[in-house]
Ligand binder design. Structure first.
Ligand SMILES: Cc1ncc(COP(=O)(O)O)c(C=O)c1O
Length: 414
């Protein structure tokens, strides 16, 4: 774990839990597709005096005095975001991906306007129209999904739905879709339906930065992202654009949906954006996808069904019903041997969400700690064993040992 000197660790209750979490992360192999391990420098930036500063507003136009240094930090973050994603405008203040989506939607639609987005059951996100989320409460969401046979988005079907609905916003992006998103086709449909195209690239931002997923920036009116998934930054959100729509975005973020920005997190975003611009990050993004493909192959070779037959990005969905298990059971079996993942609905799932028929596996975090195709193939065989074979104590102990060997060989914060 990054050092915090012992003199300032007086709160034993908190630091004991933090140390236990650091040990858990080192010990377990993290396959939750939305998580990652940041660099020490990203974490260090979050633990700075910038957390003390109120900076409502934007650089050069703040409501508080003493903002000259935090202005420098926010300008660095904005400039690096624009350079990395090749766009002309950026808002780096959203506290999370959900708040980035709130800022973007408030900027391009009025309450009650219709939005066409990916169905939550087929891989969309809560902030894409769940009735209990702001999005579903304030906008009129309609959804497209994947086709039953291919388990992929059929752009002709999206076009039919968009032309019938004529939504204010067409929203592309997902939490559990393993295939490349066709942004030019989404843009064409948005044009035909007279809708604004919004892209939520929360999951794939690091792949876009690393050049292994096409960029939505040339096509979307606004693009949102999270900084903590494949991008390997601090927990947070961001909104990118290429036009004056950013003025509406800026006032939708502050004062629309948030108060003072988290300047310590914005500093960490700046650090992460610089890291993501290095050539090593492109190799990391490439390895993340290669590892996901190797994992999909290993699981398929072991008789598990992979949704849509494979993956183009950092995640895969495994139909564990093909091993006679529910997603919850599969998650528990893997957790018992220090492999962390989450149960997930699969398209046209017959089980309820808390049970589900699939697990979602992602390779961003294990790639960050250095696992390559050989180790991931080995990990795939261990997963097959845990999901397909009888669970004896001896087996669990052996697999736990093999996972520990992999984890020890690839420490996160050596
Ligand atoms: C596609 C998508 N959008 C938005 C979010 C929301 O991010 P946050 O949890 O930071 O609000 C997520 C998180 O998983 C996501 O997958």
């Amino acid at each position: 774990m990054p050092e915090v000197s012992n003199e300032i660790r007086s709160d034993r209750e908190v630091w004991t839990a933090v140390e236990a979490e650091a040990a858990r992360q080192e010990r377990q192999l993290e396959l939750i597709a939305s998580e990652n391990h940041t660099s020490r420098e990203v974490m260090a930036a979050m633990g700075t005096v910038l957390t003390n500063k109120y900076a409502e507003g934007y650089p050069g136009r703040r409501y508080y005095g003493g903002c000259e240094h935090v202005d420098t930090v926010e300008d660095l973050a904005r400039d690096r975001a624009k350079a990395l994603f090749n766009c002309s405008r950026a808002n780096v203040q959203p506290h999370s991906g959900t708040q980035a989506n709130m800022g973007a939607l408030m900027a391009i639609a009025e309450p009650g306007d219709s939005v066409l987005a990916m169905s939550l059951d087929h891989g969309g996100h809560l902030s894409h129209g769940h009735p209990k989320n702001f999005s579903g409460a304030f906008y009129d969401f309609h959804h497209y999904g994947v086709e039953q046979d291919s388990e992929r988005i059929d752009m002709d079907r999206v076009r039919e739905q968009a032309l019938a609905l004529r939504p204010r916003v067409l929203l592309a992006g997902a939490s559990a879709y393993p295939r490349t998103l066709d942004f030019p086709a989404f843009a064409e449909i948005a044009r035909e339906a007279d809708a604004h195209l919004m892209v939520d690239m929360a999951h794939i931002a690091g792949l876009v930065a690393g050049g292994v997923h096409p960029s939505p920036l040339p096509h979307a009116l606004v693009t949102t992202l999270t900084t903590h998934k494949t991008l390997r930054g601090p927990r947070g959100g961001m909104i990118l654009a290429d036009s004056d729509i950013i003025k509406k975005v800026n006032s939708a973020v502050f004062p629309g949906g948030q108060g003072g920005p988290l300047m310590h997190v914005i500093a960490a975003k700046a650090v992460a954006l610089k890291e993501a611009a290095q050539p090593e990050f492109a190799s990391y993004a490439r390895s993340t996808v290669e590892n996901a493909q190797a994992l999909a192959e290993a699981l398929a070779a072991g008789g598990l069904r992979i949704i849509s037959g494979g993956t183009d990005n950092h995640l895969l969905l495994v139909d564990v019903d093909s091993a006679g298990l529910s997603g919850r059971e599969a998650e528990d079996r893997l957790h018992a041997v220090d492999i962390t993942c989450n149960k997930n609905l699969i398209p046209f799932d017959q089980r309820p969400p808390m049970e589900a028929s699939g697990v979602r596996l992602g390779t961003a975090a294990i790639t960050a700690r250095g696992l390559g195709v050989a180790e991931v193939t080995q990990l795939g065989a261990l997963i097959v064993e845990m999901l397909r074979e009888e669970q004896t104590e001896a087996r669990c102990e052996r697999v736990r040992g093999a996972v520990a060997e992999l984890a020890n060989a690839f420490p996160i914060y050596a």
